[in-house]
Design a protein around this ligand. Sequence first.
Ligand code: ACO
Length: 346
Amino acid sequence: MGRGWVSPVEEGAPDGAQEPLRSIKILGTGVGLPPKVLTNKDLERMVDTTDDWITERTGIKARRIAADDVSTSDLCAEAVANACADAGIEPAEIDTLIVGTSTADTLFPSTACWTQKKLGIRGMPAFDVSAGCSGFVYGLEIASSLVAGGSAKRVAVVGGEVMSRVVNWKDRRTCVLFGDGAGAAIVGPGQGDSGMLASNWGADGNLAAILYQPAGGTQRPATHETVDELAHTVHMEGATVFKHAVVAMSQAAKSAMKDAGITPQDVSLLIPHQANRRIMTVARERMGLPEDKLYSVLHKYGNMSAATIPVALHEARKEGRVPDGSIVVLTAFGTGFTWGASILRW
Ligand code: ACO
């Protein structure tokens, strides 16, 4: 399996020997999406922006916004329940629960534990993965290792966020980008040829302050000043994120494809992290994939951070875009910086 380090700024994927696939299968998928839709037109009335600017620069037309009494674990619990129904199992049959999120319910305990409570289940290990927008791919990597190693049989991997609660609604450079939602997958032992053909994940914490929430943790605990400064909201150097996201997502995917021994022609569908249409397009081009292989739900939901990939995967499946035997490339990039790619044969 390709686990080599891929610099977000260096060209050239590391060499990796092809090894046998991790025999896993995604047994079911599901989503939890709040019903309230916030369109670009709505945003025109809130900040100095236009539908045209947002559409042209990002590809986003609308996003979902959670109600005031809904937290990340509510969306995660809904997504897991739906994924379990899709897989034909009860939530109590899950043997590990992994939640990828940057918008945790509380600093402690984990959103995964709150999700357990809301599902009415107990006993199985439950923990969060803090890898920003790469959270689902990180979770999938851990899940597939647990399943392939024989220590788990039904792992629920969730990406869930309530980004609307950490966005500065007066900052037009960021508030137009994000949305709320959750997506889940149940990972179990593979059958036949299905599995994780290869993967690649990494991080570079030296770039942590390019995209972060400055206050609320131990570095800068909450005070009246941090609240007045809006230091509990997303702070981002957008252009720097853009540049690194393109390089890291394409390099991680290319490295994993090389380790899997596949070419762009073998790929059925590319599901990248959905942050910006232009990021996805440039990354796709660098991978040598045609436009019709890129699957996107960005226009409907905006950037839901860790939730974008599982939500898109679920919708692609429901549209019949992921038939048995097809090869799906997932690739993500997020705060940290973190990145990861998975090559799955369905
Ligand atoms: N409406 C109207 N004008 C705007 C808006 C807006 N919502 N936002 C910024 N502008 C203005 C800026 O003020 C600037 O005006 P100026 O030239 O008078 O100063 C102008 O538009 C251009 O701004 P840029 O920041 O250069 O615009 P750019 O083309 O880089 O697009 C964007 C900005 C969309 C944030 C882009 O940099 C981007 O997508 N970066 C990636 C960030 C991202 O996706 N982050 C998500 C989290 S990380 C992740 O998910 C991987």
